[in-house]
Design a protein around this ligand. Structure first.
Ligand code: ZN
Length: 162
């Protein structure tokens, strides 16, 4: 945890602690004049998937993927895919109750590229990074690995229920 926070502090732009409601930190400068000529296919795959994801959550995933190589499995899930995932017990909610069903998606499924689903320890490390760097950017991240029905690859943005 301390290690993750240290990394978070290295990545996060220094903020003025007096101003509590400032805009979220831009992990990737959208005004880059010199866009990279070549985006590795692996990274491009993640970007394509993340296009259906909440931009703040997408930026968090991209930032962490620079520390821990990640593969984005899924962001938005349509009605057919959600109900299929529910039937196969891959999801605990039928359409439209999963955070994957929002547009843009408030949930993302990611796996450490080196280990896939094989290492629970790698998921714990990833969850530590997601939670701490998320918190450093005013985002409370809920991890599926903390649920009774473990869903290690699942991360979502906490939203207050009204
Ligand atoms: Zn999920």
């Amino acid at each position: 945890m301390i290690h993750a926070l240290l990394i978070a502090s290295l990545i996060a732009t220094p903020t003025n602690t007096a101003a509590s409601n400032q805009p979220p930190i831009q992990f990737i400068n959208p005004n880059l004049k010199h866009a990279p000529q070549h985006v590795p296919p692996f990274f491009q795959h993640n970007i394509n998937k993340l296009k259906t994801c909440n931009p703040q959550l997408a930026r968090l995933v991209i930032t962490i993927s620079l520390l821990v190589p990640l593969r984005v499995v899924e962001c938005h899930r349509n009605k057919a895919d959600q109900n299929k995932a529910y039937k196969q017990k891959k999801s605990k909610a039928p359409w439209p109750h999963s955070k994957h069903n929002q547009t843009p998606s408030l949930a993302v499924d990611i796996v450490p590229a080196r280990f896939g689903y094989r290492s629970v320890a790698a998921f714990y490390m990833l969850a530590d990074l997601m939670k701490s760097i998320g918190a450093a950017n005013n985002m409370k991240i809920i991890w599926g690995g903390d649920w009774k029905m473990r869903d290690y690859s699942h991360f979502e943005i906490w939203v207050q229920k009204i």
